[in-house]
Design a protein around this ligand. Sequence first.
Ligand SMILES: Cc1ncc(C[n+]2csc(CCOP(=O)(O)OP(=O)(O)O)c2C)c(N)n1
Length: 668
Amino acid sequence: MTLLSSLTGPRDLKRMNHQQLVQLCGEIRGTIIDTVSRTGGHLGSSLGVVELTVVLHRVLDSPKDRLVWDTGHQAYAHKLLTGRLDRFETLRQLGGVGGFPRRSESDHDVMDGGHAGTGLSVAEGLALARDERHSDEQIAVVVGDAALMTGLSLEALNDIGTRHTRMLIVLNDNEMSISPTVGAFSQYLSRIKLSRTWRGSKRVYDDSIKKVPIVGPTLLEWSIRFRKSIINFGQPGQLFEDLGITYVGPVPGHNLLALERTFRRALRDMDGPVLVHVRTRKGRGYRPAEADKISFHGAALPPMTVLEGGDGNTVGPAQAEGDAALSSSQRKDSKKKPPNYTTVLSDELIRIAAEDQRVVAITAGMPTGTGLAKFEQVYPTRMYDVGIAEQHAVTLATGLALGGQRPFVAIYSTFLQRAFDQLVHDVCQNDVPVVIGVDRAGLVGEDGTSHQGMFALPAQRQLPNLVIASPKDEQELRRLLRTAFGQDHPFALHYPRDAGFDLPAVDPTPIPIGQAEVLREGTDILIAGFGPIVARGILVADRLKARGWSVAVLNARFLKPLDRDTLLAQVRGKRLVVTLEESAATGGFGSAVLEAISEAGIADPQFRGIPVKQIGIPQDRFVDHGSVVDLRRVTRLDEDGIEEQVVEAVQAAGITPASKDRLEARTA
Ligand SMILES: Cc1ncc(C[n+]2csc(CCOP(=O)(O)OP(=O)(O)O)c2C)c(N)n1
């Protein structure tokens, strides 16, 4: 039996001696590496906070005390210490343990997370509520150095400082976001060097880290180098002090003794907010992850590929947080997939930028995930990584456009939710030619509820001046990108996380704004789709044809403006209209079609009474984690599910194929 499996809860940690804690950290690391090698997941961030997690659970009394994990991607050790070891192998799989804290899983999980920068506000809320109730629990929050500079975190710090809210803020500083942390704030943090206190504890520190299995010597080397560079600032962390937050640190974040001593003292003495600045190493304890922090930040599908590592470690992720992929030379046995939409888009953007000097690119802390790292290699001065600051990214684009540039802002659909008002107030109100690349539109898979790209379409549909488009395949993606740069209004281009169809490259001629495409003619049913789900629509049309139905297929391409003429010409005379979108089923494309038919029916009786079946992500629910294939199955958005839904609709509507009617009329 391992120490980890013998734990009944975090309280057991309090009884362990130093040696046991060191062993436990090794076991936690082993479990995380082993599991993530099979399931994918946020590896680097989780490995970096193992000691931090163990010590926090030793000094706190969770769940009475509340431990908040900002973003929540680094909470695997927390999950292992709070009763989820036996189910941990199901990490991020359908029905399994989630990749982020989830209140439904454990009382120790304070909040369902996923998006960066929420931790400080939530923790402050908990602390204020505690004070209202005159209760005495401790409130602690762990926030990364990249998440700390999100607008939301800065707003929270501002408030925490003025209110003097009693809470422990643990700044987990590994100098990394997914890519290296950017911005003046991060430069400020890295200028703060190890303080005198930790020089004093040099020997204790060295002795303890030498004992850490496998990684000890590396850490010692690192720490010696680190100490050599010590510059004692008069007042490290003065910025926080000036905000009214007591600053302590920096503390070496893999030193159990140093961490424990600091946290105990902070919790005992604090009467307001205390920020403990902890220095950790991302990927700590797994050499490939320490060496390649970007690729090993996280791993989504396909699960980690076996790596031929030089140090006896044999696992590694094949693709990071829907983000950076390992180079093909690092993969073994992996079949070559067609390029994904993101890659096709960034390649085309590079070509467009070669033709138009005004084209610039913006990312909010996701240069690899959005494919813009490639753009930066070609045009280093024309790319802006603003850090995890989606709101700023969108408004910065407005300013750039007002200044005569042609900005392209790539943001994952889920993170663009952050910048909704910036899209409304800045981009659309000013009607500026900003092209928004809405990446990861649709189901994204293992990251789960917080990350599915399913809410942007209904929200964006309300916005004046905005063109909204989505391609049926990667070929059309390139054409629509050309379309976006060939016009002068805000343009939201939605594309999925998926691989493309490996179509041969053809000349990407722009598509006239608002022009749909009829892919199939038919007389009974119209399947009208928006985005890559159209391909599934065609396959379903084939299956329905085999069942005797004559099915037309329309590729909308634009949700706004909707091609009403083409749509209504196709709707006329049909017995059923089916709409397809991989987005929330209401308020988006299907609703737009329904509204168009309903409005046409006011003046023209031919459009009255035509049943419309809206197929999308079922209404009023979040979609949990699982592979995209599994999620499409459970949301009935794969071919089988769509076919079933259409068959159910024709049965419920009591309609039969027109050809059958004709046959029956002839035989009567
Ligand atoms: C609003 C938002 N934008 C982007 C992301 C994607 N993302 C997940 S983790 C991460 C980096 C976080 O860095 P940091 O806070 O320093 O934590 P670390 O992973 O280094 O421990 C990013 C950009 C997100 N989760 N939320």
